[in-house]
Design a protein. Structure first.
Length: 469
């Protein structure tokens, strides 16, 4: 394919991280690239998901820091900072959220157009081999393509008896329409999205009830990390309902009632439904083109992003491989590298780092404890509480830990977990160690700043070194 000099026309359906990163790769290599996006470049990651939610969370982090600063000697007007003397103007916060999302989308659009990428605002569908029919703001167009990338993402799953109305019952892409802070927010779903919003609104000053159908919050995360977070939630006044499945959510005249499967009801002012995602695959001609799907309904791809149809690729959340913006971007880049016939490294997920943007954050990389237990690998683990770290003491950090996994004998680092403020930044050295197959000795022998939270990563490595000897 790459030896064919005519192989230059690429059509990308979807302008999120998978789509725009693929467009960058293809355009820089000289391909003729068209991106079709109905909502704006950046996709849900920029417009309704990652960028907006983390912007909201940035404000909630400041509220948490200020509320806890009294122990560090901070006084406001002669009194300790507290929720009683601080408040968040949600209208202003959400206005900033939308402005940042729009600005970032504009930056991506400009960067692509400077590379000569054609951007069509509309909806595209496969129309026979090598053709994409587009309904866009300027009319209709048929694009000829030597390669097509499906990167249309996913959307919040909606429960039949909890239809979002954008006023009392919300999905996570609707909450930015709120002008005032919910008095009592009921969050249904204790996965990453539910936990993040529960954490943020609790910090902003809402009463929060988190409804979890599982035994604990964040059932997919490290159990020690999830327990720390649940303990923090409860200590801060959040009500966490475990093994409670929501059956319905109905708006009332002045609030919302959530009914659980056991008959119990919860009354609140607003409800956020965070119960998973569905791929955006409707009216795209995928079935008639012969594209196959996974058991969960996502587009099936191999490790270089190929679908079952020749010259048709897919990347990002629409594939359901691992629903992270970083993975979506990697899939998009890999797809275009393969399209262009260049040497390509297939996608591997062993060294993907991820983060839950709660307070504290939970960052993970590499093998999890469950994978280690199920595989029977001979792995040693050290977990150090942050409470023993000098910098943590100075900053008033009481919750969290550093956990490091290494192979017995070789000492090769195979995974890690960090629960801490800015864990998303602290996980990077462990990510490098997993990716490059470094040993605990490599980490232990590297200098860290004193005092620093990262010092606990090196200390964990030193303890693992001692265990091996």
């Amino acid at each position: 394919m790459g030896n064919n000099s005519h192989m230059t026309r690429v059509v990308i359906l979807g302008g999120g991280p998978a789509g725009y990163e693929a467009a960058f790769v293809a355009a820089r290599a000289g391909a003729e690239v068209t991106v079709i996006e109905k909502d704006g470049l950046g996709g849900s990651a920029v417009l309704t998901d990652c960028v907006p939610s983390k912007t909201l969370i940035a404000t909630s982090e400041l509220m948490t820091l200020a509320a806890g600063s009294g122990a560090l000697g901070v006084r406001v007007g002669g009194e300790e900072p507290s929720p009683d003397v601080m408040s968040a103007d949600l209208g202003v916060v959400n206005g900033r959220v939308r402005d940042l999302a729009t600005a970032h989308s504009a930056d991506i659009t400009l960067a692509l157009k400077e590379l000569g990428v054609r951007v069509l605002r509309g909806h595209g569908r496969l129309d026979g081999p090598g053709h994409v029919f587009v309904e866009h703001t300027g009319g209709t167009t048929t694009c000829d393509a030597d390669a097509i990338l499906i990167a249309t993402g996913a959307r919040p799953r909606v429960v039949a008896d909890a239809e979002p109305d954008g006023e009392r019952i919300f999905t996570w892409d609707q909450v930015y329409d709120l002008k005032a802070l919910p008095e009592h927010l009921i969050v249904v779903g204790s996965g990453v999205t539910g936990a993040e919003f529960a954490s943020a609104y609790d910090a902003l000053g809402s009463q929060v009830t988190l409804v979890s159908s599982r035994d604990r919050v964040l059932p997919g995360e490290d159990s020690d990390a999830a327990q720390v977070l649940e303990d923090v939630f409860i200590r801060r006044g959040m009500k966490v309902l475990s093994r409670a499945r929501a059956k319905s959510a109905k708006a009332t005249a002045d609030g919302v009632i959530v009914t659980l499967s056991d008959g119990r009801t919860i009354e609140g002012s607003h409800c956020l439904m965070a119960v998973g995602s569905l791929p955006n695959i409707e009216d795209m001609g995928l079935e008639s083109a012969g594209v196959t799907f996974t058991d969960r309904g996502f587009v099936a791809v191999d490790r270089v992003s190929r679908t079952s149809v020749r010259h048709v690729y897919a990347a990002g959340d629409v594939t359901g491989v691992l629903m992270l913006a970083s993975v979506a971007a990697a899939q998009g880049r890999i797809a275009m590298t393969h399209v262009l016939g260049h040497a390509v490294s297939p996608l591997h997920l062993d060294s993907v780092s991820s983060n839950v943007f709660t307070d504290p954050e939970i960052a993970t990389v590499g093998l999890t404890q469950v994978q280690i237990d199920e595989s029977g690998l001979d792995v040693r683990t050290v977990k150090l509480p942050l409470a023993t770290n000098a910098r943590a003491k100075m900053q008033g950090i009481h919750d969290g830990f550093v956990k490091l996994h290494c192979r017995t004998g070789t000492g090769i680092v195979v995974g890690g977990v960090i629960v801490a403020p800015r864990a998303s930044e602290l996980i990077f050295p462990i990510s490098m160690a997993v990716e490059q197959r470094l040993t605990v000795d490599h980490i232990a022998d590297s200098y860290t700043v004193y005092p620093s939270l990262s010092g606990s990563v090196a200390e964990a490595a030193r303890q693992l070194h001692q265990q091996r000897n």
